[in-house]
Design a binder for this molecule. Sequence first.
Ligand code: HEM
Length: 452
Amino acid sequence: MNGTATTDQRAQRGPRGHFLVGSGPEFGRDQLGFYTACARDYGDLVPIRLGPRRALLVYHPDAIEEVLVARSRDFVKSPGVRLLLRRLVGNGLFLAEGEFWLRQRRLVQPAFHRQRIGGYGEVMTSYTARRLAGWKDGDVLDVHAEMMTLTQIIVAKTLFDADVTDESYSIAQTSNVLAAAFGARIRSVVQFIPDWVPTPTNLRAGRALRHLDQVVHRMVAARRRVGEDRGDLLSMLLQAQDADDGRRMSDEQVRDEVMTLFMAGHETTAVALSWTWYLLAAHPDVEAGLVEELRRVLGDRPPTVADLPNLKYADMIVSESMRLYPPAYALARQAVNTTEVAGHSLAPGMVVIMPAWVVHRDPRWFEDPEAFRPERWAGDRARRLPRFAYFPFGGGPRQCIGNAFATMEAVLLLCTIAQRFRLAMEPGQRVAPAPYITLRPEPGPRMRLARR
Ligand code: HEM
């Protein structure tokens, strides 16, 4: 990890005896290394300067709880996140604020109730089985691309009853273009180029966004044409749009919600699964434990939702993978009121960054934190941790709405695939965590399939 020496040189005494670290270039070069170095060198609360902005890095679980739960009303999503995502997800659930957010959250919530998502399990396993029918012993594939395709197809089918199988390749290409454009923007935090400037990256991103708009538009238009209530999320959104209560949802808002759920609902889970395959390939003992569990619990039959309580080791593997490689690697907020965090006062406008990447690897909470050890989640050990020592899905009112959906999907896909195939890393690859919007493995790991 680089960035440490310059970070030290630039440190000055900041407010309340804390250090103020001038940090734009280090952040841009190696965001994850920068977060790690700041925690190591300056502790749990680190005021930094990011270009023209000031921010506070917060690493202690209790302080994170203050931001996300106790004082959540004092914060909104950060300007960086708004700037990056506004054009993509508009004023959908992820970026909405205040009363409007609450209304939309209540509207969408029923699609994620436990009983409801139980019904999605069958779609998850059958679409996976269908995809696996095209996998051949000895094939080498980009496991991240493959997981993106699968999770895209699944979220579109479960929430919107739409089949995007034929479009999945072009959607995946589009996501890659956007990830690259967003990555460039995150890195250029100091010399930010607005997205209306026609740079090659911005032009490509513009085309990619238009393509995704078309995909979403087609899903909505197809349903409107049929006019039928399928009882799914898309029908719920369209009914709310048609409701004559004076608060109709505009076409634009329906588009924003569908885009939000489609995007938030696939890339994160795909990233979690990609890292899981990568880690399993490097830990044959864990993989053997998984295969043993699959034989014991399932024999040869495919997993169902009813099996989930018995697939404990698979669940622990997914938790441990998201500890080491949290898809949402750093959460951020902006203060809208004068407030405080762990006794550190914050003026309105101040940004708070909470890097799960570092907190999840803190030796105060996790013994031998760099090791991949699913056993650490056995029994009630998770409950003995401070609540925000592990927060892959965030927390408080803005906690991920797809939390249970994603966990179920990750475990079901892991089990369905591991039952039939072993995935081995092709030699000579250096895969690194790349902090885009999510923590993608880069390059996508190339893995060889061996049929079991
Ligand atoms: C492993 C998979 C996933 C991870 C790690 C993840 C992580 C997160 C996190 C950390 C947040 C909170 C962000 C913040 O506080 O700033 C969030 C919010 C959200 N997630 Fe997820 N997510 C996952 C899967 C899903 C799925 C499957 C869906 C939908 C199908 C989804 C939909 C959303 C939405 C709509 C929000 C915004 C909720 C709100 O603000 O009310 N996520 N996610």
